[in-house]
Design a protein around this ligand. Structure first.
Ligand code: PAF
Length: 295
């Protein structure tokens, strides 16, 4: 039965840190679910994973200005705080950290995290400065809510790799857990940006998961030439009337270097635009040796 007094809403980074530190001193294991709000079942699956693994779950809601480019959708990014709180209550999340822009970026703020090299390709190439903003805010969220485990979604495949590498490189005392993509029954990966899509655009957007599915089938049938697989994805997307493709590629699961041949550790990744909406999705085709694909 959801406790109607939960979640506790906290705006001050200092209050958030004191709350988390007090719970940790009392022996609680803390799970952190960083989000930009406009929550959907994908986010809620992260909250569920945290509730299973931890004693206390903190979700964060902060639309981070430093990870948006000047032409991107920062100002129109959906802000749905009340609905988000209701959803987090239904998942029995304990705290929601919801700082203001000024609390996160004090006047004169000028220190940024230089992202690791896995940030250089794909999203990093197309959205210059994006991962610098992501790494900076995530490190600040980890400082405000010093949790044991932070939960991120596989849909942002490159983001998860970047955060894992940043955490390793900087020796951050937090485990990064990556949870599977959640999809609508028709295959569309859940995204806060799906709400921008008209019915016709949504139909076109389905070709993204469709193209990934096709590649998975080709790989299962024995195809290993990544150039053939890339062409198949592009044909599927353009054939469905996708407006433009930022990338549709096959890359190494850990380095994100583009592959010519699939051996192991391969992921197919797509970023494409439908109307003015930019969507990303991916499918692990072969996990790194020793790892398993969770789906
Ligand atoms: O994935 C997101 O929603 C954001 O990039 C994150 C990790 C919350 C940082 O702002």
């Amino acid at each position: 039965m959801p406790n109607s007094s939960l979640p506790h809403l906290i705006e001050s980074p200092q209050e958030m840190r004191e709350m988390v530190e007090a719970r940790r001193r009392a022996g609680a294991r803390i799970g952190l679910v960083p989000t930009m709000g406009a929550l959907h079942k994908g986010h809620l699956s992260l909250a569920k994973a945290s509730r299973q693994a931890c004693d206390v779950t903190v979700a964060t809601i902060f639309v981070n200005p430093t990870q948006f480019g000047p032409q991107e959708d920062y100002s129109r990014y959906p802000r749905t705080l009340q609905a988000d709180l209701d959803l987090l209550r239904s998942e029995q999340v304990d705290f929601v950290f919801c700082p203001s822009k000024d609390a996160m970026y004090l006047p004169g703020f000028s220190t940024y995290v230089e992202p690791p090299s896995v940030a250089n390709s794909l999203e990093g190439m197309i959205r210059p400065g994006h991962f610098r903003g992501v790494c900076t805010v995530v490190l600040k969220l980890f400082t405000s809510a010093p949790a044991d485990i932070a939960f991120f979604g596989q849909k942002d495949f490159q983001q998860a790799l970047v955060i894992q590498q940043m955490s390793r490189d900087l020796g951050l005392p937090i485990t990064i857990e990556v949870c599977p993509i959640v999809r609508d029954p028709d295959g569309l990966a859940l995204s806060s940006r799906n709400r921008y899509l008209s019915t016709e655009e949504r139909r076109k957007a389905l070709s993204i998961s469709g193209a990934l599915h096709e590649v998975r089938e080709l790989v299962a049938a024995g195809h290993r030439d990544a150039r053939v697989l890339r062409t198949a994805m592009q044909k599927a997307l353009l054939g469905a009337g996708i407006d433009s493709i930022d990338y549709a590629t096959i890359a190494d699961c850990e380095t994100l270097q583009e592959l010519d041949q699939i051996q192991d550790a391969a992921v197919a990744l797509i970023a494409a635009r439908v109307g003015t909406t930019r969507l990303i999705d991916n499918e692990v085709l072969a996990p790194p040796s020793g790892a398993t694909v969770r789906d």
